[in-house]
Design a binder for this molecule. Structure first.
Ligand SMILES: Cc1cc2nc3c(=O)[nH]c(=O)nc-3n(C[C@H](O)[C@H](O)[C@H](O)COP(=O)(O)OP(=O)(O)OC[C@H]3O[C@@H](n4cnc5c(N)ncnc54)[C@H](O)[C@@H]3O)c2cc1C
Length: 383
């Protein structure tokens, strides 16, 4: 089959790698940039995606480059522990991995470059789907949540930017937040996150730092005020770390909620953030991109490369899992990032009650692991 993939992000590269296993496939990957790269901070990878890494032979390298995360701890501005979501509540020995996105990306890209049936067309922005659709048996759109191509197909859809984004940076540090994602919160108006992110190119341990910020303030915020607030949350023993925060350069990231009623039209299929962008509150975006690419390959194999049947099958296979996580991230995001103090108070009350109960701790950890598919039943994603 001739396969075109638009976008060389996590979704595009991982689907190229799966599809390249069939040596009859000839794959062309497009990206608008002249260099295949990813910018951004660390990401948290969930057990649901680790299964896919094993299938792609990426797991060992990934574990070497990342740091195991055993739990997520939230502390409020009064020093009270609001939540502690532990992977251990899901299963013993269960963990997430914090990793710098560029190292994961590089492993994936290097593997793609080794495949003789994958070709890269860089510095090549696709503007019109119609121009490319007929050139390929299958056209995969994986160009991220702000896709300029989505509205060129007659599928019911929506795209909405969240009102809050975040400032982020990465910092070399040996000590802070070992094996734990830490969040400091003041209702839903302040959120300060520290995520262990494995090692950098110099083999030094790094953490990623996030500070929640409304988009309306992105050009007018005062970094001095933000640093003062960060200092408030860090104990004196973390003075060294605070000094590093003062020296760091910060970038601003935004995210959008993307909905598509179905993910395919004729021989075109949308995967990754292009199909279902969500807020990073649950740490699922990259995970979903990998899972999508696995199921797309599986649907093609199960349907003997009959595109019509395979893409119908793909939408069916992915819909429940993706709907659940899109809804969950839509529900949770204002509890962490909103102008309304009420949401933060509600979150603190809800989480304080639910952390006392074993069954709700189990559900929270299952959601975190990226496995749940429904609000009502306990059914998990099956590979
Ligand atoms: C602050 C922040 C923190 C996050 N933390 C996590 C986390 O902890 N865990 C997690 O799983 N996820 C996290 N995410 C989400 C994650 O980054 C995304 O879900 C993931 O990058 C989506 O991958 P993708 O391949 O679908 O899209 P992208 O990574 O956006 O890649 C799209 C590619 O398409 C290219 N492109 C765009 N338009 C065109 C065009 N017209 N023609 C050709 N090429 C084009 C772009 O150059 C890019 O290379 C976070 C996101 C943010 C913003």
């Amino acid at each position: 089959m001739k396969i075109g993939i638009i976008g060389s992000g996590f979704a595009g590269l991982s689907s190229a790698l799966f599809l390249s296993r069939n040596k009859l496939n000839a794959i062309t990957l497009y990206d608008k940039f002249d260099k295949v790269q990813t910018v951004g901070a660390g990401i948290l990878i969930q057990p649901s995606a680790m299964e896919i890494f094993k299938k792609l032979d990426l797991y060992e390298e990934f574990i070497r480059n990342g740091e195991k995360v055993y739990d997520l701890e939230g502390t409020n501005h009064r020093g009270q522990k609001v939540f502690l979501t532990s992977y251990n509540d899901y299963a013993p020995e269960c963990f997430g991995i914090g990793i710098h996105r560029s190292l994961l990306f590089q492993s994936l890209y290097n593997k793609c470059k080794m495949q003789s049936n994958i070709k890269f067309e860089l510095n090549h922005e696709i503007i019109f789907l119609e121009d490319n659709r007929s050139a390929y048996d299958l056209l995969i759109v994986a160009n991220g949540s702000h896709s300029n191509l989505r509205d060129q197909v007659p599928i019911k859809q929506s795209y909405k930017l969240y009102p809050y984004g975040c400032l982020w940076t990465t910092i070399e540090d040996d000590r802070i937040a070992p094996n734990q994602l830490r969040q400091y919160l003041k209702y839903s108006q302040e959120m300060f996150g520290i995520l262990p992110s494995g090692i950098n190119d110099n083999l030094k341990r790094i953490v990623s730092v996030f500070w929640s910020l409304p988009i309306r303030l992105k050009n007018t915020y005062s970094i001095e005020n933000i640093l003062e607030s960060m200092k408030f949350y860090l104990n004196e023993e973390n003075n060294d770390f605070f000094e590093k925060l003062k020296q760091a350069n910060y970038s601003f990231a935004v995210y959008a909620d993307v909905y598509m009623q179905q993910y395919h039209h004729e021989n075109i299929v949308f995967i990754g953030d292009a199909a279902h962008g969500m807020s990073p509150q649950l740490g699922q975006g990259v995970n979903m991109a990998f899972i999508d690419s696995y199921f797309l390959d599986k649907a093609l194999i199960n349907n003997n490369d009959n595109i019509k049947l395979a893409l119908n099958n793909y939408t069916k296979l992915r819909k429940k899992h993706l709907r659940f996580y899109s809804q969950a991230s839509k529900f949770l995001t204002p509890l962490y990032q909103s102008d309304q103090e009420f949401y933060g108070r509600f979150r603190d009350l809800l989480f304080t009650i639910s952390k006392q109960m074993k069954f709700s701790r189990k559900i929270s950890s299952q959601i975190l692991c990226g496995k749940r598919t429904s609000w009502i039943t306990n059914k998990e994603i099956q590979y």
